[in-house]
Ligand binder design. Structure first.
Ligand SMILES: [Zn+2]
Length: 53
């Protein structure tokens, strides 16, 4: 197996593993009826700059 193919395989495996690990968390999160507050990074993503009112 060549190096580029190996790198692609490793990246794909990591993405698949992350997806499998994140799925139960997302299911539990989506089923929780209450608000998680402003500290919840999923309900309030911090990747994007938030506009202040
Ligand atoms: Zn949340």
């Amino acid at each position: 197996m060549s190096t580029p193919m190996y790198a692609v395989g490793v990246v794909f495996a990591l993405v698949a593993l992350a997806t499998v690990l994140a799925t139960p968390f997302l299911i539990v999160h989506s089923r929780s009826p209450y608000d998680h507050g402003p500290d919840c990074w999923w309900c309030h993503p911090r990747l994007l700059p938030r506009k202040r009112r």
